[in-house]
Design a protein around this ligand. Sequence first.
Ligand code: NAI
Length: 341
Amino acid sequence: MTQHTVVLIAGDGIGPEVTQAVQRILEAAKAPVVWEEHPAGLAALERDLDVLPESTIEAIRHYGIALKGPCTTPVGKGFSSVNVQLRKQLDLYAAVRPVRTLPGVETRFEDVDLVIIRENTEGLYSGVENEVTPGVVMSMKVASDRGCRRIAHWAFRYATQRRREKITVFHKANIMKLTDGLFIRMAAEEHQREYPNIGYQEAIIDAGCMRLVQDPSQFDVLLLENLYGDVVSDLCAGLVGGLGVVPGANIGETQAVFEAVHGSAPDIAGKGVANPLALLMSAVMMLNYLADNRNDDACRSCAVKIRDAYDQALTDGCKTGDLRGELGTNEFADAVIERLS
Ligand code: NAI
């Protein structure tokens, strides 16, 4: 059986707790992966390394795949986000975040099944900020033909491959006529040029958010620029049980980094109560990615086995505190391991 070397970045805050739980589950499921651990974020600074060491980036370039825990970013000061740097340096331009109702997790809506596709390298996240004059600061929103077109193309190709019916672009092109205007123009062009069979809609983001919380079944795949994708991901997480249950992938042409949507959750770090499911689901996406890109059936069957096991654990009422359950991080991991067939 082929063993795939995966770069593991444990991150900080709840990162090490949830990563260890996920590693344990993958090991019990006999996933064909070998971990190579690399530091980033606070964990790297504590070892007197750069916040994003070149060796970590090089390892991901070399092996093409990583599983990453969350990394804290200081608010309003300090170093710029490791997560953003990583996505930009590796040109991981497509963030994919499936949001689905899980068995045994009661929420306001049943059968939510959305996919968020977020442009990961441009927009206000370009990090170009300056002080124009004392008391006046500015952040620049960047959009390029190439960046907007490639994410639109990626989203339509994804929708086609996954047999999804419709893409809705959330935007604010009524106000940001150039940047968001370009984003929707490129999406509409890609739709007409290559993917006319997929449904296509545009929605101004404020009204779109209202419609999302009223009735998410109106939507299928959502395509958004960077900042909107960030915000709407957390909104959608709230529709299915919160940040503990939404996975993600950052995908480029030759590399992919899998990580949960949530952050380092400093309020619960070190307490052993964090939900490892979002990272576990990200690991399942990683196994499916390996199956698709390296033609490895063992990865696919392992992904199915793990998904069945966590669905069964949830159905049996095994849940962490964020889902109003009583299990801690490790107990939930044990419950999943017990259900691996
Ligand atoms: P957060 O996602 O860390 O936490 C928001 C709330 O959700 C908190 O109450 C937290 O306890 C809860 N939560 C999050 N994940 C959970 C889990 N697995 N199980 C149970 N509860 C969970 O967002 P916040 O507080 O805004 O950010 C904290 C730090 O994380 C910041 O420094 C931020 O920059 C960073 N961050 C990093 C990300 C990444 O590494 N990709 C993504 C988002 C935020």
